[in-house]
Write a new protein. Structure first.
Length: 132
């Protein structure tokens, strides 16, 4: 049996998609292959996002924003977009979901915590869906 694979996509790959990928990796205990990317990647992870994730025991300091590629989409079973609009390539037969989430860019940690918690809850539901 092959592992399901998920690609999380947002514009800068510096906040929402990085949080979702990290939660999926940690909470699935490696049972799901995880990728994240951005249509216009930032230089680095949002520092307030990094701090918010550290509060929940996840260190993003080793992560770097990555560019979205058609290969990453093709290699994934599920593609979850987060505010990137039409920049994500579409391939028939892929499962697509759009998670409407506030953008943490420019926000302080107090504003990011509810976004982080929403992402964690969505990831927990996704893991149940993909592994049951």
């Amino acid at each position: 049996m092959t592992k399901p694979s998920v690609l999380f996509v947002c514009i800068h790959n510096a906040g929402r998609s990085q949080m979702a990928a990290a939660y999926t990796h940690v909470l699935s205990h490696g049972s799901i292959e995880v990728r994240s990317a951005g249509s216009a990647p930032a230089e680095s992870i949002n520092p307030a996002v990094r701090d918010a994730m550290l509060e929940d025991g996840i260190d993003l300091s080793g992560e770097r924003p990555k560019i979205l590629t058609a290969d990453a989409v093709q290699a994934s079973d599920v593609v979850i977009t987060m505010g990137c609009g039409d920049t994500c390539p579409y391939y028939p037969g892929k499962r697509y979901e759009d998670w409407e989430l506030d953008d943490p860019a420019g926000q302080d940690i107090e504003a990011i915590r509810p976004i982080r918690d929403d992402i964690k809850a969505r990831v927990q539901a996704l893991i149940r869906d993909l592994t049951d």
